[in-house]
Ligand binder design. Sequence first.
Ligand code: BDP
Length: 640
Amino acid sequence: MLRVLCLLAVVDSVLLLDSGMLFPRESASREVKELNGLWAFRADISPSRNQGFEEAWYKSRLIESGPVIDMPVPASYNDITQDPSLRTFTGWVWYEREVVVPTRWITDEEIRVVLRVGSAHYYSVVWVNGVKVTEHNGGHLPFEAEIGSVIRKDPTAKCRITIAVNNTLTLETLPPGTIQYMNDPTRYPKGFFVQNIFFDFFNYAGIHRSVLLYTTPKAFYVDDITVVTDFSDNAGLVNYKVSVKGSAAATLKLTLMDKEGHCVASSSGSVGALKVADVKLWWPYLMHENPGYLYSLEVHLTAANDKSTSEDVYLLPVGIRTVKVSSTQFLINNKPFYFHGVNKHEDSDIRGKGFDWPLIVKDFNLMKWMGANSFRTSHYPYAEEILQMCDQHGIVVIDECPGVGIKDIRSFGNASLTHHLVVMDELVRRDKNHPSVVMWSVANEPASEMPPAQFYFKTLIKHTKDLDPTRPVTYITNSNYARDLGAPYVDVVCVNSYFSWYHDPGYLEVIPIQLNTQFEDWYAKYQKPIIQSEYGADTLPGLHNDPPLMFTEEYQQAVLQHYHNVFDQKRKHYVIGELIWNFADFMTVQGITRVVGNKKGVFTRQRQPKAAAFILKERYWRLANETGKLPYWTKYPCSL
Ligand code: BDP
């Protein structure tokens, strides 16, 4: 009973957020209309980058204020044209699309029409028919606005959506950056400035995820759902809380269905617990013959006021599992889980960070092929559809916020911290119900030696735990840091190191001793389980040398093997995972250490394997054989 009460307290604390951000799904009461495809586009190349606002480009069709080009949505705009100035553009760009809205959505005043942007990088302002409906600070996370009243003003007009997006990074954005003007006319052209960044991936920009219109009933609707799951013996427990907007007098019915559509539990009321007999737990890939088992929770709302009655239905996939951390282990469903996986980026040719189903399915096939059971969303939240795939396939996720490159002491100030807290709110609100998400990462390699880091991370980690006490919290540190002021507050220590690469380049023999020292030191200090959250070496595919030389395929293989020997000793004790840097090559800014991007992928940017991919494949399947259970279809290797 005590456990049930505690879990309900958890559900309550998560709901301190004031409104939900449920993934738009069609149902008996909800419709979805995708607005992907070609939008009109113009970059504001005026020196101030402010011409669009001065001339109010949102007031009429974009083409009326100047030339436009076709821009696909979703996609980064950077690699779409041959124009070098658009590739590295910093400032406002303008997107516009005219949409035909079903007449019923306009005439029926009982329908709530919502415009949702899956993500746009970085700062966005949105107008509908020239009326500002919302603005949003930050990339990688969704935002939305109710637009019914605006489109009903002139029911005969087309619905014109204008979105201005600004990719400028400042000391107070996440990730942070600075703008530097070069004013010496003998060295730089007039108005020349650069966007400095402190992270190692290209600052792709634009509308990166789907833009949608969706509907719900207007008077009453399901605004948010939070589920927290548990089990004991073979009985599963789904604690839930539903928040409804519009009426206190709503009737809520909840039905939990198994994969075959059979009802396994039902309940009513906005807070409660569903008990599932003979529960099928959600298991990670390669830990169970039947990974990624999902139930479906149907939330059915009926509500009435003196004017109307309405019904709203939302279907939420639910995986029943628990996550715990001890001083030496990471436990999923009370069984030790070893992360053997990858770090990724949302990155590919032409589309940059734009959402792309063929790429996503290919990446999942590659991860499953190589026996990866997990990944980290380095260095920002990935698309919701990717997390849904993880839920279904049992791929475990460390969900990271865009706190990467916090290196300048001014980025530890109040304004930065406040924004970081809001971003964590948005991330937890979006991803809290995914069974695949087992840990939050609040940052990557911040300058955690700087004195303000202590207060910053103490506050940030506490806030994240208040939002979601059911998941461990970490941030990613680097073995270089002699003092790490935030580490006392994390649940799991995640360390990146690049021995024989950035330090002692070319000397593979240092790896065993330096890696051993790294693990021993961190464990002695904090007595917390450790994940090797990054390690690797840049490799040009097709470049060979034996004995191994840096940048060859042989060198990448050798680095991995040296690391693996140490992992094999330590994983018997407190090392609970290894995530290669990186799954695939990815684009970065230009610089003397990058040859058209970071080449530490075990796959090329086009997703072809380098020799190291086979080393990992062999290792990961061996680890799976030792620690988990292979899915039934591995009896038929051809099916891979
Ligand atoms: C790590 C960073 C990662 C970089 C990597 C590298 O976390 O973003 O891409 O180094 O240099 O320290 O390849």
